[in-house]
Design a protein around this ligand. Structure first.
Ligand code: GLV
Ligand code: MN
Ligand code: MN
Length: 426
């Protein structure tokens, strides 16, 4: 007799378990970055859970953990379900991880009934969605989608370790990254469940939402360069200080996104999340200041117009202050509509549980937007308390997680009984 488990509730409990060391790199916060010992500890435990759920498990060439639950016939095309297992620094326990744990619960629900479907199900824990260790995110899902540029191996983390070195230290061969690519005839659809990371569902009293599309985003690094000098001896008028220039630039970004002609268009948002003065001392005028820019909108056109307007302001600030500046694009992701047929199916599964179906766009980036290059995608959102995410205060309820798991099972069952879209296997 296998012990009973409450589908979805266990998924949440597993995220809670993984909220601390050894699944976190730090004792006082959750930080689980790609190819760290915390990532390794998470994969070892996930492998055990996936096997217990009836899956055969492998680590792919990009560092994604993939569990496969066979269908009625071997080698059938698979429905891929999952999300990412990495976290931001001082992150919450559910961003990404909940989607991985729910995928395992869903598979286990079928396994415990001894049910095989006309297709296989694969559960996946993507290794790096956040980009919290290396500057570009989603290299792992890109590898699965077959869109990764092997040059990502040259990226370095804050300690100067290249992605290639980190791969080798983890026991992965950096020259084989592209072998993680899947073919569209192997994977016919992708389902990702994720906390909403925003306040809409809670405000409307809804546990679940169905994602219509994921917003476009760009990540850029700006570097103002001036002249390092003594903080006590250099008169204010004779400085080439990039600090105030960076401050002006941040305000320019806020103005463009908040007050300019583009403000309010397509959900435009802009964020400076990281800033570093170099060399970084009380008594040194910085020689350079670097900061990140994250610009998002529901359309690439609005995002790009905002990036162009902010870049023009940054260049004007540098010229006025006699500084040099570079603005480097680190990552661009186009907006990604979810598949209409799969979204309808997911909506029906949500409706079956009672209550209205709320469709909403995602301002947050997700692996689904990259996997959309491989196959049709659908995304389920789960209400989170106060809409708070990328914060240790992230919270979800057992009841909402249980509903999410049931909606996912309902989606899989509908997919199995209906030819919902052109790529459903015969
Ligand atoms: C991921 O959380 C992102 O939206 O940047
Ligand atoms: Mn995140
Ligand atoms: Mn996420």
């Amino acid at each position: 007799m296998t012990r009973e488990f409450e589908i979805g509730v266990r998924a949440k409990a597993r995220c809670d378990l993984m909220g601390a060391a050894p699944f976190s790199e730090a004792d006082d916060m959750l930080v689980r970055r790609f190819l760290t010992s915390a990532h390794k500890a998470a994969l070892d435990t996930l492998k055990f859970w996936m096997e217990e759920a009836g899956m055969s498990v492998r680590l792919d060439a990009a560092g994604n953990l993939v569990g496969r639950y066979e269908g009625e016939t071997p080698n059938a095309p698979a429905l891929l379900i999952g999300s990412h297992i990495d976290s931001v620094r001082n992150g919450g326990r559910y961003d990404g991880a909940l989607g991985v744990m729910l995928a395992i619960d869903v598979v286990e629900a079928f396994h415990r009934q001894g049910r095989r479907l006309s297709f296989a199900i694969e559960a996946i824990a993507f290794g790096d969605e956040e980009g919290s260790r290396f500057p570009a995110s989603m290299a792992c899902s890109r590898a699965v989608a077959g869109t990764v540029d092997p040059k990502v191996m040259e990226m370095t983390d804050a300690e100067g370790t290249s992605l290639a070195q980190a791969f080798a230290a983890f026991g992965l061969d950096p020259t084989r990254l592209t072998e993680a690519a899947r073919r569209p005839d192997e994977i016919f659809a992708f389902l990702e469940a994720h906390i909403e990371q925003g306040p809409v569902l809670e405000a409307e009293g809804l546990a679940l939402g169905v994602v219509s599309a994921i917003a476009a985003q760009k990540r850029l690094m700006v570097r103002f360069k001036g002249q390092a000098g003594h903080a006590g001896t250099t008169p204010m008028g004779l400085r080439k200080d990039p600090g105030p220039a960076a401050a002006e630039a941040v305000l320019a970004l806020e103005r463009v996104c908040r007050e300019g002609p583009l403000a309010g268009t397509d959900g435009l948002v802009g964020t400076v999340g990281r800033m570093t003065a170099l060399p970084g001392a009380f008594n040194v005028i910085p020689g350079a200041v670097e900061f990140s820019m994250d610009i998002r909108a529901e359309t690439s056109a609005t995002r790009d117009a905002a990036v162009a307007a902010i870049t023009a302001e940054i260049e004007a600030i540098a010229a006025r202050r006699g500084l040099t500046v570079s603005v480097s694009l680190m990552q661009a992701l186009a907006e990604s509509p979810c598949d209409a047929g799969l979204t309808d199916l997911l909506s029906e599964a949500v409706a079956d549980l009672g209550g209205p179906v709320r469709r909403l766009p995602s301002g947050a980036g997700h692996d689904a937007m990259v996997i959309a290059d491989l196959c049709p995608t659908a995304m389920l959102f789960i209400r989170c308390e106060g809409g708070i995410s990328h914060n240790p205060a992230e919270a979800v309820t057992d009841a909402d997680c249980a509903l999410a798991a049931r909606a996912m099972v309902g989606f899989v069952e509908r997919l199995a009984t209906r030819n919902a879209f052109s790529k459903t296997p015969e």
